[in-house]
Design a protein around this ligand. Structure first.
Ligand SMILES: [Ca+2]
Ligand SMILES: [Ca+2]
Length: 197
């Protein structure tokens, strides 16, 4: 067995099928053209969609989007560093393996803080009327940028809105985001991206 297969056996032994399905779902959202790998340009394209959608914001908001998508989600979560240039391609197998490293006991605390930073920042960005609640429209307008069809974003909305208030508050959003990346069992974030592949 080569080194890669051994590593993947470790991933299988330490994560659930559900968690790996969530990672595949995320991967497929980024790999819009279904090429089988993700690259920096995929993340740059998402950033362009986001900037076009949320135009007229303060420069700080765009810097935050760059930091989240390029430095964190590409440069750390997808690649785990090393070569993060335009030439780097990350397959689903590598992505899943890299994402699983964050779940190790020595990494989970920092990873959780990073996740909270991402979700709190995104929440602020997409709560466009600034009433500190996400409406169905605010929520689906963001998720449509990831190619998630409206019916699935509604599904996601309902699963994240735990208290059935018809709005997603910041705590519900952050909890679901954390659960999506970390949770091994069904939870409030299982359908954060609307469905599982
Ligand atoms: Ca709102
Ligand atoms: Ca709610």
């Amino acid at each position: 067995m080569d080194e890669q297969n051994q590593t993947d056996e470790v991933v299988k032994a330490t994560t659930t099928l559900l968690w790996r399905q969530k990672m595949k779902t995320y991967f497929d959202c980024v790999d819009i053209a279904h090429t089988g790998y993700i690259t920096k340009s995929h993340y740059e394209q998402l950033i362009n969609f986001i900037k076009a959608k949320y135009h007229g914001l303060h420069q700080q908001a765009y810097d935050m989007v760059d930091r989240i998508f390029i430095q964190i989600l590409w440069g750390e979560v997808a690649t785990r560093g090393g070569d993060i240039s335009n030439n780097r391609k990350v397959t689903l197998t590598e992505f899943t393996r890299n994402a699983a490293v964050n779940l190790k006991p020595e990494n989970i605390e920092v990873f959780t803080k990073v996740l909270d930073y991402i979700s709190a920042s995104i929440y602020q960005l997409i709560d466009t009327d600034r009433d500190k609640e996400l409406s169905v429209d605010e929520f689906s307008e963001f998720f449509i940028l990831f190619g998630i069809p409206e019916e699935f974003s509604l599904n996601a909305f309902e699963s994240i809105d735990k208290n059935d208030s018809g709005d997603i508050d910041k705590e519900e959003f952050m909890k679901a985001f954390r659960d999506f990346w970390v949770g091994q069992k069904p939870g409030c974030g299982t359908f954060f991206l609307g469905r599982l592949f």
